[in-house]
Design a protein around this ligand. Sequence first.
Ligand code: NAP
Ligand code: HSE
Length: 431
Amino acid sequence: MQEVSVGILGLGTVGSGVVQILEQNADDIQNRSQTRFSVSKVLVRNPQASRNITGDFLLTDKPEAILKDPQIDIVVEVMGGIEPARTYILEALRNGKNVVTANKDLLALHGHELLDAAKEVGKDLFFEASVAGGIPIIASLKESLTANKITEILGIINGTTNYILTAMTEQGRDYNEVLKEAQELGYAEADPTADVDGLDAARKLAILASIAFNSRVTVDDVYVEGISKITAEDIAYAKELDSTIKLLAVGKHLEDEGIEVRVHPAIIPNSHPLAAVSGVFNAVYVVGDAVGETMFYGRGAGSLPTGSAVVADIIQIARNMQTNATSNINCTCYNELPIKDRKDFRSAFYIRLRVKDEPRVLATLALLFAEANVSFHSIIQKQKKRQEAEIVLVTHPTQESQLREALESVRAYSKVLRVDNVIRFETGELD
Ligand code: NAP
Ligand code: HSE
């Protein structure tokens, strides 16, 4: 029986889940992996603080106690942040340890450096929990779907924003009110900026796209829009269009076109499987040239769901250690594909605007869009007050540069009082 000693950096939400799973499922884990795991040391900021989780391990605030301990085989980084997490991981690798991390912020910025370091020393660096918590999406892309050319990834990969948009849709509630509730329930961070502004999803998309398209994508490559501009009116119109609004992470690789990576609110038809993903749940829809459409669904955060992914990585490393096969799958970025500019993105659009309710206004709008080569799929018009109408235009898929050209003329048209919102309409069913 192999004996593996684990050192954990961090004993918060995820670290506690890891300790709990290794304890509660110890017998099954041992039988499946022919390995007995022991957590020997855990790094925290304050070892004296009272904690809900206990175990037969030493709590320490000295990183070297773990990073330099020759008995420790696997270091699990679940403390978060960029530094000192990056330095600790590099040091752990240099000291001959395999590493598991859940740190999407770090990987989206420095994944390349860390994976290179792991390869150099012939050790594993696994990070299943960094995207979509408990959903096994990274192993699926790297292993189960590795026979495919992946052409598209559509993800709902931020639980906080999905919770907010679901409550706005199902209960007709206002954005600020639901955000406050999400904070009180502990779904949204005290500072929810990274979630609601789309940055958290962008970091996860950078990781997924790098793996799926075998080309390096960093968070800076991802075009990002958050959900704060979504109003109750947009949600109501989406319903009228038999659709729903989600914060969508979109990764596309079309032959000869480079990679398109973007995170933004998107209207998706209720017939699409992602439309049914509600509350804090996450899902990733992946299209491969051989497998066709697939979808992975589950909890994107939380102590045990995220711990499930971390422990799976720990077990896989132990299996690799048994056969001296660590460092088998490291950086898979063998392509250098260009990242598409925003002006070349292609999707359909929803445009909500206020106009003077007078003859020829709709006809003029149609002309302005036609001049930019943008064609309408559908139109809704409602009288809002005397001589003022709200118009919702849904276009056929168009290049973003053409849409911008049309919007410039629309904004300059004297009968247009304002353009209230422009939202992408995703999934290609409007062709
Ligand atoms: P957390 O609850 O804030 O816990 C962080 C832990 O790390 C705490 O135990 C803290 O010590 C320790 N720590 C932080 N900085 C430290 C430092 N400089 N030195 C020593 N110890 C330090 O964080 P979490 O929610 O578990 O998240 C951990 C990682 O998992 C992050 O990268 C996060 O993005 C990722 N992740 C989290 C989730 C989730 O559901 N929470 C899901 C997916 C991925 P003290 O206890 O003494 O403060
Ligand atoms: N803040 C993240 C979310 C946590 O809401 O999905 C998991 O990464």
